[in-house]
Every structure is written in C-alpha cells, then in structure tokens.
Ligand binder design. Structure first.
Ligand SMILES: Cc1cc2nc3c(=O)[nH]c(=O)nc-3n(C[C@H](O)[C@H](O)[C@H](O)COP(=O)(O)O)c2cc1C
Length: 163
C-alpha cells in the first residue's frame, strides 16, 4: 500500500451495483484487525451489514445513500473496557480509518457516517446497550469521482516546537 492511498482518497457516496468479493473484503477487515489500540485491548467489535432491510434502518437524514452501499461496517466500542475504556472510541476510529485506507488501495470507495440512528441501529443489530456505536463506514465500488475537498493549509495545521 502506498501513501497515495491516503492522499488520493475521497469520500464516495455513490456506488456501482456490484458485490465486493469476499477475498477483497477480508483484506479490508484484516487492516482493521491489525490496528493499534491502547494497551492492545482492542475494545471494539465491527458488524458487517450486507442485508438490505437492516441497511434501511441505519441512516440519519444526511446519510440515506448508505442503503445503496453493498457493505456497511458498524464500528462499536466498549467504553466500559477495563483500564483503557476512555480510548475505546479512538481505538475504534483508528481501526475504521485503517479499513477506509485499505479499501481505497483496493479500488473500493467508502464514506464515514456520523449521522445515524443509534437506538434503531442498536436494536436491529442486537448491539448491547452499554456499547457505543462510534461511526459507520460504507464500502462499494465508486460510481463517482469527486473533486478533492479543500483541506486546511500546512501553516494552519502544523507548527514547529510551539503551538
Ligand atoms: C467522523 C466523520 C463523520 C462523517 N459523517 C458523515 C455523514 O454522516 N454523512 C456524509 O455524507 N459524510 C460524512 N462524513 C464524510 C465527510 O463529509 C468527508 O470526509 C469530508 O467532507 C471530507 O471529504 P473527503 O473525505 O472526500 O476528503 C464524515 C466524516 C467523518 C470523519
């Protein structure tokens, strides 16, 4: 995987009507599994949703496109994890982003989804109440090539030795 998979990535919200082959999906999930986590506690679980009826239950208002994605990964964190519970959300986000980058390097588009119906999603996916859904990511072959979004300049983002 090259650094280009990070800089060329775009959020993709339109997908080809084409399944993701199992071996490709497995590679994406493996990138999540190999992620760093605080004290290596891995306080997360990822629900891979492919069922069309369940997909309809998940989105919030600005994320209805998710039902057209062949795969949606629901990132769940256990905030009650011993010792490292306060990192559970961050650990989950790291694993999700690793999957996003791995997916792009394999020609699969994705989009983070922060607007979702947590209670409905928890019920349909049988997620325990004391777990938290951190975010969802969609996966699918891109059916659009969005222009790059404007990013802050290096001077706005980085400074040397002092804030
Ligand atoms: C935590 C998080 C939540 C997001 N939630 C949504 C969402 O609910 N719906 C959506 O269309 N895009 C969502 N996005 C995608 C952002 O809009 C997108 O990353 C941003 O506009 C930059 O575009 P780029 O990813 O193509 O660089 C989310 C991104 C992140 C990181």
């Amino acid at each position: 995987m090259s650094i280009d998979a990070i800089s060329s990535r775009r959020s993709i919200r339109r997908y080809e009507n084409k399944e993701i082959p199992k071996d490709v999906l497995d590679k994406i999930l493996e990138a999540g599994r190999q992620s760093p986590s605080a004290a290596n506690k891995q306080p997360y679980r990822f629900v891979i949703v492919t069922n069309a009826e369940i997909k309809k239950e998940l989105p919030g208002l600005v994320s209805r496109f998710l039902k057209n994605a062949p795969v949606v990964i629901v990132g769940c964190a256990n905030p009650k994890a011993l010792i490292t519970g306060k990192w559970a959300t961050i650990d989950t986000a790291i694993a999700l982003e690793n999957m996003v980058i791995a997916a792009w390097s394999l020609g699969i588009g994705s989009c983070w989804i922060g607007v979702f119906n947590e209670q409905k999603a928890k019920k349909s996916l049988k997620i325990p109440q004391d777990w938290k859904i951190v975010a969802l990511i969609t996966l699918g072959y891109p059916a659009e090539t969005p222009e790059p979004r404007k990013k802050k300049s290096k001077t706005e983002l980085f400074s040397q030795n002092q804030f």
